[in-house]
Design a protein around this ligand. Sequence first.
Ligand code: ADP
Length: 398
Amino acid sequence: MLILVVNTGSSSLKYQLINMDDGSVSAKGLCERIGIGGHIKHSASDGRVYEADRVMANHEQAMEAVIELLTGSEYGVISDPDEIDAIAHRVVQGAEVFPKPVVLDEEKIQRIYDLGEIAPLHNYAAAQGMWACRKCFGDKPMVAVFDTSFHQTMPDYAYMLGLPYKYYEKYAIRRYGAHGTSHKYVAERCAALMGRDISELRIVTCHLGNGSSITAVKGGKSVDTSMSFTPLGGVIMGTRTGDIDPMAIFRVMEKENKSPADMVRLCNKESGFLGLSGVSSDSRDLHSAAEDGNDRARLVLEEFRYQVKKYIGSYAAAMGGIDALVFTAGIGENDATCRAGVCEGLEFLGIKIDPAKNAVRGSEIDISAEGASVRTFIIPTNEELAIAKECAALVFGR
Ligand code: ADP
């Protein structure tokens, strides 16, 4: 069975064609600068790579280009689009409307589009991607898998924000979280690696990448998560502020005469690692700069670890204890210094990692020190495979 996983951004479209028999990726790629020019990179699993500028006026043209590459004689991996059994779309915001993945029809796509009201940076683009696929693939089964679904089990006292209640009722403003597919996947892998039933475990999952979120998973359910109304909340990230006192935003607006739209851009694209350090949004660049004596790069790295550490402590409190800690995503999987810094000082909770085991990169491994009562793991996330599996289960019952 072949499933095409599609992840649409406002000017981008990422795709992976996954063979569900063994979970392997037959081909993957990225269309960028859609609507403002166009660039495609496509790789087949046997190493053939196509990369070129190509004008794509909209997502439909991008999808046409993807189908052409997937089926073409030079870079293709299938001979006919009909060989694809289903299409799975990643959607950032499902809100309370979509607590689970759904098989798409026109009405559901429209509801996803309408949720763009609370997720303008993500949902409009996701719906455009779905409409583009409809045009290119006709009635082929399509599924939407939401980043927010896994967090729909949070209790109200964890998801309500301290604004007047009427804004929850009128505008659906509350904590939704994100990266749900990843948190669910690594929590389930963690239970499997421990040989325990997830229903009896308290796990803190740390998805630390360009965007980062930390989740408290109790009995296999998300009970709290650091991202909030949008993926801007929580810890400082590559270019996002994370949680800050809203008064700080009003002060900058006032002093610099900025509009709400300016502040959305500033808080999402110009802040976090990049804005604080003035160096880069990429943690590898920050490590090099810190080694060269750049004090603001050092500050960012320390601040990030400190904030993640505080979430682990608060989620252990929220769950009445902690049995396992998981690191995943770009930083979580690859940055040993970050993992060591986060865990340092958490011995009082039973968290202690082995420096030699922690020195690995990107493999599924238990890095706990001998005698630690909390098991700490690195578990590489695989959001696309998790999305494809949800799709296969929903459409084909397997
Ligand atoms: P996204 O949220 O875009 O999916 P990723 O999960 O790919 O992001 O994570 C990107 C982050 O991972 C970047 O900050 C990058 O510097 C970091 N990263 C990747 N490899 C390493 C590494 N070897 N050491 C430290 N950080 C790394």
